[in-house]
Design a protein around this ligand. Structure first.
Ligand code: CTP
Length: 403
């Protein structure tokens, strides 16, 4: 996807700058043309000579060449680039980008660049979770910058936590997905997270869903150009990609109403939410007081996937999930049929590395045509890529059959 693309790489002053040598090599290997711009502080971590040799282009640092006074035009660099990747992006540079400060060439180029901008933050864990940094990252997102999220692991400070720059391979994946744009113009509905079913003003019934799988799918499809409506139950996650619009809901009933409203305008719907199956028949207006025992009558919630399955058109794809503990395949096949899904993604709580709260998943995709496709245990974001490729195949079949 990157062959012939102009990728401008901006390096700011963090220890992860050394990894950018690998990033540039990978980009060149993919066939991209690469130019590098770096800040004064970045020179302490990696030399302009190294980066010029790897990128096969001169590396400007200052506004002008002090030896001959030649102007380094940030406008030209910005116009040249098909995408601008700032890696590592330090807290300092992120703050300046959010505030529109332009005191070095890397930043003036950011302000004049018309191409999509990606940043790969890298800093110590406490800096990364400081509200000032989070707010600046949110501001950049609102300006359309794509954040290639930092990873958790051992940090230069010796501490363990989130703040390591994403690996060069991950950054290349993001760029590939961006230029792939296979889902460009495609509207996707994704449900994610649990629902809360209110018992009284302070209590609810729910489940352990973290929303990670649904958010990873929304992110992957958005990276590949889709316009994603993410209908999300209460979770501690925030979507990163500017193509994702999140609609927050709390109860199964609210999720049902939103999905029914959004589905007709969608080409694809992926139902990842762990929707509560039951809700209290009556919700108490006041906190239920202590007593020796309590019986709560529950009624069935509406089945969102099944309803969408009833109204689905032939040009729409509807996918569901089944998290099972026993009779996995038979149960998943039953849901595939009863909800009229095009395919169902089965994961079993019996598989180590699958289920709620963990970062990995092992899935089998069962298609309405009967085919079963098993996958290895992988990080949820890689599972999301497998699901996205599967959706892509199915979507192509629909497009081809319409031609
Ligand atoms: N689902 C839904 N609305 C519901 C219940 C489930 O949209 N009220 C969707 C889920 O998002 C998932 C699929 O249906 O894509 C299967 O959900 P799951 O909870 O595994 O199955 P249920 O149909 O609820 O059956 P059970 O809980 O008895 O296994």
């Amino acid at each position: 996807m990157l062959a012939g693309k102009h990728i401008l790489v901006g390096i700011t002053g963090g220890i992860a700058a050394y990894k950018v040598a690998t990033l540039v090599r990978l980009l060149i290997k993919e066939g991209a043309e690469v130019k590098v711009v770096m800040t004064e502080t970045a020179r302490h971590f990696i030399t302009p000579l190294t980066m010029a040799t790897l990128s096969k282009n001169p590396v400007p640092v200052d506004f002008f060449n002090p030896e001959n006074g030649e102007w380094n035009s940030h406008v030209e660099l910005g116009l040249w680039a098909d995408s601008y990747v700032i890696a590592p992006a330090t807290a300092n540079s992120i703050g300046k980008m959010a505030a529109g400060i332009a005191d070095n060439l890397l930043l003036t180029t950011y302000l004049s660049a018309k191409c999509p901008v990606f940043i790969a933050p890298a800093m110590d864990l406490d800096m990364y979770r400081h509200p000032a940094v989070s707010t600046n990252i949110e501001t950049l997102k609102s300006y359309g910058v794509t954040i290639i999220d930092a990873e958790a692991g051992e940090l230069a400070s010796g501490l363990e936590g989130k703040g390591r720059m994403a690996e060069p391979e991950t950054i290349v994946d993001h760029l590939n997905s961006y230029f792939d744009a296979s889902f460009s113009g495609v509207h996707v509905l994704v449900t994610a997270g649990p629902t809360y079913e209110r018992i009284d003003p302070v209590r609810f019934i729910s489940n352990f869903s973290s929303g990670k799988m649904g958010y990873a799918i929304a992110e992957t499809l958005a990276q590949q150009g889709a316009d994603v409506m993410l209908v999300s139950g209460p979770v501690h996650l925030s979507p990163l990609h500017p193509n994702i619009r999140r609609v927050n809901v709390v109860s199964a009933n609210e999720m049902y109403d939103e999905c029914l409203h959004l589905f007709p305008a969608c080409n694809i719907a992926v139902m990842c939410a762990a929707v509560a199956d039951f809700t209290p028949e009556k919700q108490a207006d006041n906190k239920i007081k202590q007593k020796t025992d309590l019986t709560i009558s529950l009624t069935k919630t509406k089945d969102i996937a099944a309803k969408l399955g009833q109204i689905k058109r032939n040009d729409q794809i509807l996918a569901g999930f089944a998290l099972e503990t026993d009779n996995e395949l038979a149960n998943a096949r039953g849901k595939l049929k009863s909800k009229n899904l095009d395919f169902i993604v089965l994961n079993s709580l019996n598989d180590t590395g699958s289920g709620f709260g963990v970062d990995t998943n092992r899935i089998t995709i069962i298609d309405s045509d009967g085919a079963e496709t098993p996958f290895d245990t992988k990080p949820k974001k890689d599972v999301a890529k497998d699901i996205a490729s599967y959706i892509q195949q199915k979507y192509r079949q629909i497009i081809d059959s319409e031609l």
